[in-house]
Design a protein around this ligand. Sequence first.
Ligand code: PLP
Length: 442
Amino acid sequence: MSKQSKNPETIALHGGDYRSDPATTAVAVPIYRTTSYQFNNTGHAANLFALKEFGNIYTRIMNPTNDVLEKRVAALENGLACVTVGSGQAASTFAIVNVCQAGDNFVSSTDLYGGTVNLFTHTLKKLGIEVRYADPSDPKNFEKAIDEKTRCFYAETLPNPALRVFPIKEVSDIGRKHNIPLIMDNTAAPIICKPLDHGAAVVVHSLTKFIGGHGTVIGGCLVDGGNFDWTADPKRQPLFNEPDMSYGGAKWGEVVPQLTGANVSFAVRARVCLLRDLGAPLSPDNAWGIIQGLETAPLRMQQHCSNATKVVDFLQKHKNVERVIYPTLHKGAIGDRTKKYFSGGNGALVGIEVKGGVEAGKKFIEALKMFYHVANIGDARSLAIHPATTTHSQLTPEELLAAGVTPGYVRLSIGIEHPDDIIADLKQALDASGKPSLKAVS
Ligand code: PLP
């Protein structure tokens, strides 16, 4: 019964087909700390390697602990299959190199995490893959950037710092017209937004954030929506339609549905080619750590979102706050998108411009007592950072502005502490940010 549940609270605890450990009947998911798996006989081994049978081969490619996490995240996202990897960065890298090879390009939203900008602009460029940036404020910008070598669209659901909810359906509709899949990084909005339901073909997550939720483990994953036809336009998706000589000439778009009965070519290729060749698996210990977080993630998301709403109300009234940035505060189409794509909350991320620019922003951060000053989001604890001098510091001034990072911007990731305590800490730090420093007084 729980397997069919559509409720995230139930899926997080019972999703996938794990009921108890087959060997011991242990209820909590065990950590399978093994590199390898005993084959029944040579025929069994050969079948596994030839993908004639599915089963465990080697932990770089799959592991039973990771498998439980993968099935639960796939179910939470309404996807068909999921592949875990060692970090959110690895997930973004795999997402692109699973569809693009040297000479290809992809179109990405300008509203991105700074680390993803570095990956796309510099590292992928060195591998011969070109990123073309499109401003998502007009979805048609994605169409304008396409040519015959464009293999996918990429965007974040709730990109910070601007917190402008991405036009998921608008851009995925454009992509589907051209047989181009939309890949969505849903790191900042698990549970409250389901991009696959709005036309995205693939979701990636940094599991490090809200899903892990405790700031203890780095991890990432790719979820295959099973809703994209990789064979509809063979020229558009050569990696799924041309023979793969690293796998006996397999055409992934054809062979995976034949073998599995499911449209999960993206996930299978990511697992058996990319994990095999590039490595970067999520360790079973870390998969277990993330499962501990996942089991309560739906409840934490409710508290994150409800606290953030109270914080936004408070900040809007404080005299030392120039501007508050939150998805629901955007007017027009962007505000409408928040209502269209989000349910059960509007996220934990809140941006503020502290009055007095960079100096006041720094003073504010240094005066915080309960908030941690860290380069992370989505921890159960409340967190703060000044992006222009940290997470986004490797971007050019133009890239900074395109990403919405102004000099005085402070990003808050609202935790699940009691809202009164969160607001009290913000209040005393904001009050301090407006006071002249001792140096100025003397
Ligand atoms: N995507 C987003 C939206 C992020 O915020 C981050 C990290 O901050 C990443 C991806 C990368 O994830 P990880 O730190 O797990 O590599």
